[in-house]
Design a binder for this molecule. Structure first.
Ligand SMILES: C[S@@+](CC[C@H](N)C(=O)[O-])C[C@H]1O[C@@H](n2cnc3c(N)ncnc32)[C@H](O)[C@@H]1O
Length: 223
């Protein structure tokens, strides 16, 4: 890597950190002013996840989940804590994790760990998680860091564990967002990065009923 590339990469991450430090620790802040879509999002995720959970051969357990790029814990509160005994959160913005401690209320007692890390640096504990949920954050990682993070996630799964990526996808190619210092990739690119990590897509869906002006959102179950 040339020093110029290293500098670009460093500013890609530091600009994103600076952006999120200025965002209010609310559901609206997490969703770029679209707090009103949170219910539709969570209900879609619940239906998606439930097909993998339950008793029986090959089913994913309900012991421990990891919420990646968790923010204030919007997904932890409404999706993960109701389905899993323990949930860990990881996010690069300390202020959001601090807010999560009150936002999650009583049920927040079942949070195991609040990890303040960039996903590019985070090493999840080996064999700890039934589900690793990664939503609206993969665009903040470079291709190589995303691939490496997914590899580490695979090692962190329990038997029959599942990684879920839910994110915006572009119509074609990689669209940079200079405001929050992220990229939006098309579905083929995301799928090829997943495969590069040595993982397999076991199910894939488009989230329905989001406002037309937003990017399409796809949910991928991988292991
Ligand atoms: C669009 S918000 C989504 C929050 C949450 N996933 C949700 O759907 O409610 C993006 C989150 O990613 C976090 N983030 C940005 N870059 C990150 C990185 N490199 N590693 C970990 N978290 C990051 C931000 O602090 C913010 O909480």
């Amino acid at each position: 890597m040339t020093s110029r590339t290293a500098t670009d990469e460093a500013s890609f991450y530091s600009n994103a950190e600076d952006y999120w430090k200025e965002i209010s620790p609310t559901v609206d802040g997490m969703l770029g002013g679209y707090g009103s879509i949170s219910n539709i999002d969570i209900n879609g995720s619940k239906t998606f996840l439930q097909r993998f959970l339950g008793d029986g051969e090959g089913k994913t357990g309900s012991g421990c989940a990891l919420d990646c790029g968790a923010g204030i814990g919007r997904i932890t509160k409404r999706l993960l804590l109701p389905l899993f005994k323990t949930v860990d959160l990881v996010d690069v913005t300390q202020e959001f994790l601090d807010k999560a401690k009150t936002y999650l209320g009583e049920e927040g007692k079942r949070v195991g760990n609040y990890f303040c890390y960039g996903l590019q640096d985070f090493v999840p504990e080996s064999g700890r998680y039934d589900v690793i949920w990664i939503q609206w954050v993969v665009g903040h990682l470079t291709d190589d860091h995303l691939v490496d993070f997914l590899r580490r996630c695979q090692k962190a799964l329990r038997p029959n564990g599942l990684i879920v990526i839910k994110d915006n996808v572009s119509y074609e190619g990689v669209i940079p967002d200079e405001v929050d210092s992220s990229v939006c990739r098309d579905l083929n690119i995301v799928c090829s990065l997943v495969r590069r990590a040595g993982l397999r897509i076991v199910h894939q869906e488009q989230q329905k009923n989001f406002p037309k002006e937003l990017y399409q959102v796809h949910t991928l179950a991988i292991r």
